[in-house]
Design a protein around this ligand. Structure first.
Ligand code: ADP
Ligand code: MG
Ligand code: MG
Length: 252
């Protein structure tokens, strides 16, 4: 089974405190959503989990099935089964989507256990089909010239093929029209399993109409300030964040 635990996590960027003590526990089979106004540290949390060098963790712990994630290098975190679908995926000129993905899969599987080319191509074709992606994206350079929606779909393609234990999706809904949003949500829902947990970061409730979370957390000023079920997301959609700020005595 999967058990992902974040306790008292504090993180800085360029000496500035961004995360001020975050606690989250995700078990296999669960979908957690994090909502919150812009600039509150949601992407910082995702980056800190993945070990992005710009973010310095100053306190707290992150464990995956009891293993200390903060001790792991970036590539070890991916191998351990952590995956981040990024808000702004980077472009890599000269590396095709297929080459990139095959290297990533082989890195995750480990030496001596590489996927055969035939099997890889079959899986990639099948996954692309289920995400309604044009087959030409297989041989395009990674994210180069992709539209916002194409990049996001490509992130989900990588996620589907890497078979992670913890999937973190950072604003995967931004830049998606409603049809693409449904395809992406279907892709996520197909991946729901007792062997996997999800952390879905979203600014808008819209995505949660298609992916029903078990838990909704609100992040403000670097902390989780409220947790609840899907009804919490609905209330934020209807009423915005002001009522919560007032209840908590938070000023902008
Ligand atoms: P969110 O994802 O909730 O919109 P972020 O985690 O991206 O918020 O940002 C949190 C805060 O950290 C913001 O004030 C932002 O300006 C700052 N920040 C994020 N990344 C950097 C960076 N690379 N350098 C300096 N400040 C940053
Ligand atoms: Mg943002
Ligand atoms: Mg963000």
């Amino acid at each position: 089974n999967v058990q992902f635990t974040i306790q008292g996590l504090k993180a800085q960027i360029e000496g500035k405190d961004i995360l001020k003590g975050v606690d989250i526990e995700i078990k296999g089979g669960e979908i957690h959503a994090i909502m919150g106004p812009n600039g509150t540290g949601k992407s910082t949390l995702a980056s800190a989990i993945m070990g992005h060098p710009a973010y310095e963790v100053t306190a707290g712990s992150i464990t995956l099935n009891g293993e200390d994630v903060l001790e792991m290098e970036v590539d070890e975190r991916a191998r351990a089964g952590l995956f981040l679908a990024m808000q702004y995926p980077s472009e890599i000129a000269g590396v095709t989507n297929a080459d990139f993905l095959r290297s990533a899969i082989n890195a995750r599987r480990g030496e001596g256990n590489e996927i055969s080319l035939i099997k890889f191509i079959r899986q990639m074709e099948a996954s692309m089909k289920s995400l309604a992606m044009d087959p030409q994206f297989m041989h395009r350079y990674l994210n180069e010239g992709f539209s916002g929606g194409e990049k996001k779909r490509n992130e989900i393609l990588q996620m589907a093929m890497l078979d992670p234990k913890i999937c973190i999706l950072d604003e995967i809904d931004s830049g998606l029209d409603i049809d693409a949003l449904k395809i992406v949500a279907d892709g996520v829902n197909d991946m729901r399993s007792e062997e996997r947990g999800f952390l879905i970061i979203t600014h808008y409730q819209r995505l949660l109409n298609y992916i029903t979370p078990d838990f909704v957390h609100v992040m403000m000023q670097g902390r989780i300030v409220r947790s609840g079920g899907p009804e919490l997301a609905q209330r934020l959609e209807n009423e915005g964040y002001e009522w919560l700020k007032e209840e908590l005595g938070i000023e902008d």
